[in-house]
Design a protein around this ligand. Structure first.
Ligand SMILES: *Cc1c(COP(=O)(O)O)cnc(C)c1O
Length: 354
């Protein structure tokens, strides 16, 4: 099941796990004992290492800091009631990581590192995978340029790291979102389909402006006309309109989310009508006014499902049906939880045993 590659493993002298209160886990603040590290030098990956999680030394002239050759992934490991540990669909993240690497002119990472190294790392830190319901181990693989050079060109050297953090239940309060009709997350031909650091940096200012207006998130629209809905914050976004599940197609500007894909697969298997197509702001507002917009929610690894309670557009606020009256999003959330926890048979081969 796990690729057998021998990595050099240096274990911590003393685990830090007793410092962590697993009943009250914040997101992304506690890091497991070990990390996986590999360097790309002289045109090839060097011997990889698993070693204690620690600071890394960096030159001020590090190319990634200046020009942003930096990509990442986010995925989760879960513990079943019987103590088995599964990583959810790591090969999907692996493929996406290398697609991001290609777009940012960075080297491809071998599967033995991304999936094999990850499996070995999670296995070594398996005590860090929370068993509490709704908690999980968030895994963060990333790669950045390491050349000590501030001329603009692709770096010759890179570092690939995987670390992990135990995380608790996501604050699943429904969010108010604002349709953004000025700023843009991604344009055709740009980097919107890559999970690169710069995309996030560019989204922070518009998101903060929306927060000042009382919204928690943005609904991004297309760069050209600001007419079509693309994503919600750092999540994909879906709507249930008159019983049909509708979401933007994976085009050149949408990040191809694993949660998105999984939700669509489940909906189709349930016989629900699913449409991957462009959805205009006008259509969305029209559906809301006619009472046909039944559900709206974001999908992503961190929250799985983030329900949307209200949508703001140019001085108007459109209120969606109460969460208690929603059918699909709670049902699909439970289905995903059940699959990940091993409470239901994993008929699609989504759970990768560690
Ligand atoms: C990571 C990400 C998503 C969600 O992808 P998942 O694989 O479901 O976690 C959606 N949109 C953006 C912009 C992202 O960066």
């Amino acid at each position: 099941m796990v690729a057998t590659v021998d990595f050099e493993v240096r274990k911590v002298a003393q685990s830090r796990i007793s410092e962590v209160d697993f009943a009250h886990l914040p997101f992304g603040k506690f890091f497991s004992d070990h990390m996986f590290v590999a360097d790309f030098v002289d045109g090839q990956w060097q011997q990889a290492q698993i070693r204690p999680y620690d600071y890394i030394r960096m030159t001020p002239a590090n190319a990634a800091l200046h020009y942003g050759q930096s990509i990442f992934e986010g995925l989760k490991a879960y513990k079943s009631n019987t103590g088995d540990v599964f990583i959810f669909r790591p090969h999907e993240n692996f493929k996406r990581f290398n697609a991001s690497a290609l777009r940012m002119n960075m080297p491809q990472v071998p599967e033995e590192f991304f999936v094999g190294g990850m499996a070995e790392l999670v296995n070594l830190d398996r005590n860090w995978v929370p068993k509490e319901e709704k908690s999980s181990l968030y895994i963060r693989p990333f790669m950045f340029a390491t050349d000590e050079f501030i001329g603009v060109r692709p770096s010759d050297t890179y570092r690939f790291i995987i670390f992990s953090c135990p995380v608790g239940a996501y604050y699943n309060v429904p969010v108010r979102v604002k349709i953004e009709d000025h700023y843009t997350r991604a344009a055709n031909g740009g980097t919107g389909t890559a999970k690169c650091a710069g995309n996030y940096a560019a989204s922070l200012y518009p998101a903060q402006l929306a927060q000042k207006q009382g919204f928690q998130q943005l609904l991004w629209t297309d760069a050209k006309e600001h007419k079509y809905i693309e994503e919600s914050g750092t999540m994909n976004v879906m709507f249930v309109i008159d019983g049909t599940l509708v979401t933007a197609p994976v085009s050149g500007t949408i990040l191809d989310g694993v949660t998105r894909k999984s939700v669509l697969d489940i909906a189709r298997d349930w016989g629900m009508k699913v449409e991957e197509r462009r959805i205009s702001v006008e259509e969305l507002i029209g559906a809301s006014e006619k009472g046909k917009l039944q559900e709206a929610f974001g999908t992503g690894t961190a929250a799985t499902i983030a329900n949307i309670s209200e949508i703001g557009y140019q001085d108007q606020v459109y209120t969606l049906p109460a969460i208690e009256n929603r059918v699909f999003s709670p049902k699909v959330l439970k289905e995903l939880e059940d699959i990940r926890r091993g409470n239901k048979p994993d008929t699609r081969g989504w759970c990768f045993a560690v």
